[in-house]
Ligand binder design. Structure first.
Ligand code: FES
Ligand code: MG
Length: 590
């Protein structure tokens, strides 16, 4: 049981302010209309928010509508009072022009709710990609006790005896469609078969990655991230999460005590080991910046790049979420890293114990899925950070580079790891779709496909469009991949060997803005350089010309987003927002 004798919660500044009985009456009375009593609200027990991210518009998180019942049971049993409220929906696959616009919008909304209402601690219900970072960012700004409850991945998808994973099946099947191996009907059936139950993407896409990151950061109960949504353990951990947040309220265990530079470096290490999404880069940087922690470009190389990929899960490997959970999930991955001394085990977590104490002795139960550190799927499998005259910062997810790609582009014995390719430049996704099969572009194995206008300002929001596939004619000849490069992102479920998140983006005058189709780009994956072989004089001449056009803002938020949001390398946060931290220390005026 928790010690509830001494602590005065901020909610009592609403419900028990002796100096303002007029306001207290006003704050209290409307909660009566669904059966709450004044005694409950004035009892001094903590009021626990459940930030409800599930809705019909957020199918990946919809399981939380049910899970919240078990969270409430836990909160009540531990002595808290529950208030559930909605957060702005985010659905990665369906939101146009991109769900990336919603991360910062949901962040803003949640900050205002947690600051302006009588909430003492909060359960964050996460799932679909950006639902995790947006809520974690907001709790750092407000800094009240917070715990992450993942909704969990869907069950494994099967199609005619093969595992078909969310998103990954789309990218693989569209190549088969282009090659003439399947028709449209088969394409749709494979996609539907990849989504057999409630839950978020069952691959190691951005959703599973960000929930694993939350667990690695110490923000959720051990083992929470990987439990598939329909499993009985999911409801059980929802109950335990509800119990634990009440204790955290009494202990005043806030995000600022958990989120440190060391915990973020742990998250970077775990992302490499699991083959996590390239979207982890902007999201980790964004969460760190809102927590007041600096993560530099060098950190990705020093703490992430050299580590091996040990989890065999799509898109970098073969399996899906159910096998990963049964193999031991995130605790077993962290155990493996702790054994090697590459994780900081002392970081504090929501349990009140260190991450090493949480993990305990949890060797993997299925060595086919979670490999021993010494026998990984790939060595040096982290994000390679690149820079050069086209951008200051870009990343390549090396764990998905296929052997076919390596042998074609990276096996020159005279210049190991170096290749040159002729740029074919596209102005956003529509331009790519209209022109990719245009024979006059003469796209062959020596080309690199470049996407610009896809960053935070250009799209706006930044879009998952850099994983462009080769023209159908090339795929029919057996070329599955061309190198790609762009100022947008790619889906975490993609297996494309892309250079992504390039900052600064074309729309703000980054180097991609002056690149032309036909320019030769030289990439060195050993030194991390990427340069267009264009003379300084020619670059200066081109820079004098207008920037490539971008579409106008179509909504008020798009305009505001463009005005306030920075570049992908810096997490694409609302730059004016990072200075606000620890809001809950000051109660808002009546
Ligand atoms: Fe929502 Fe993948 S689309 S989790
Ligand atoms: Mg995505």
């Amino acid at each position: 049981m928790t010690d509830n004798s001494t602590r005065r919660f901020r909610s009592q500044d609403w419900f028990a302010d002796p100096a303002r009985s007029d306001m207290v009456a006003l704050y209290l009375e409307r909660f009566m209309n669904y059966g709450i009593t004044p005694d409950e609200l004035r009892s001094g027990r903590p009021i626990i928010g459940i930030a409800q991210s599930g809705s019909d518009l957020s199918p990946c998180n919809r399981i939380h509508l049910d899970l919240a019942k078990r969270v409430r049971d836990g909160i009540r049993d531990a002595g808290g009072i529950c208030m559930e409220f909605p957060v702005h929906p985010i659905f990665e696959n369906c939101r146009r022009p991109t769900a990336a616009l919603d991360r910062n919008l949901a962040y803003l909304g949640l900050v205002e709710i947690l600051y302006g209402y009588p909430i003492d601690a909060v359960v964050l219900t996460t799932g679909c990609d950006k639902t995790t970072p947006s809520q974690v960012m907001a709790t750092s700004t407000v800094d009240i006790p917070a715990i992450v409850l993942s909704g969990g991945p869907m069950l494994d998808g099967w199609h005619e005896g093969d595992l078909v994973g969310s998103g990954t099946v789309i990218w693989r099947s569209r190549r088969k469609l282009a090659a003439g191996e399947i028709d449209e009907e088969e394409f749709l059936q494979r996609a539907c078969d990849s989504a057999p139950s409630a839950g978020h993407c069952n691959t190691m896409g951005t959703a599973s990655t960000m929930n694993a990151v939350a667990e690695a950061l110490g923000l959720s109960l051990p083992g929470c991230a990987a439990i598939p949504a329909p499993y009985r353990e999911r409801g059980q951990i929802a109950y335990e999460t509800g119990r634990r947040i009440v204790e955290m309220a009494y202990e005043d265990l806030r995000p600022s005590k958990i989120l440190t530079r060391e915990s973020f470096l742990n998250a970077i290490r775990v992302v490499t080991a699991i083959g996590g999404s390239s979207n982890a880069q902007p999201h980790i940087v964004a969460m760190a910046r809102h927590a007041g922690v600096e993560i530099t470009a060098a950190d990705w190389m020093e703490h992430g790049y050299d580590l091996p990929l040990i989890v065999d899960m799509q898109p970098a490997g073969r399996f899906l979420g159910e096998r990963f959970h049964r193999a031991g999930g995130v605790p077993s991955v962290m155990w493996e890293l702790l054994q090697q001394g590459v994780l900081d085990g002392d970081c504090l977590s929501v349990t009140g114990e260190s991450v090493a104490e949480n993990v305990g002795a949890r060797p993997a139960r299925d060595r086919e899925v979670i490999r021993p550190f010494a026998k990984p799927l790939k060595e040096k499998a982290g994000f390679l950070v690149l820079s050069g005259n086209l951008f200051d910062f870009g990343i390549m997810k090396t764990s998905v580079i296929s052997e076919e790609f390596r042998s074609r582009y990276l096996s020159n014995p005279e210049a190991p790891g170096t290749f040159e390719a002729r740029a074919v430049v596209f102005e956003g996704g529509d331009d790519y779709h209209h022109r990719i099969d245009d024979p006059s572009l003469n796209i062959d194995e020596n080309c690199i496909l470049v996407m610009r206008g896809a960053g935070p300002q250009g799209w706006p929001g930044s879009a998952e469009v850099v994983n462009m596939q080769p023209p159908a004619a090339l795929i029919q000849r057996g070329v599955q991949w061309l190198p790609t490069l762009g100022d947008g992102r790619q889906s975490g479920t993609s297996d494309s060997p892309s250079i992504l998140n390039c900052s600064p983006e074309s729309a703000v005058g980054g180097g991609l803005s002056w690149l032309r189709t036909g320019d030769i780009i030289r990439i060195d994956v050993v030194t991390g350089s990427c340069n267009a072989l264009v003379s300084d004089e020619e670059i200066a001449r081109r820079r004098a010309e207008p920037l490539p056009p971008v579409p106008p803002s179509n909504t008020p938020w798009e305009e505001l987003y463009r005005e306030k949001t920075g570049q992908m390398g810096e997490g694409a946060v609302l730059e004016m927002a990072v200075k606000y931290r620890g809001l809950a220390a000051k109660t808002p005026r009546h």
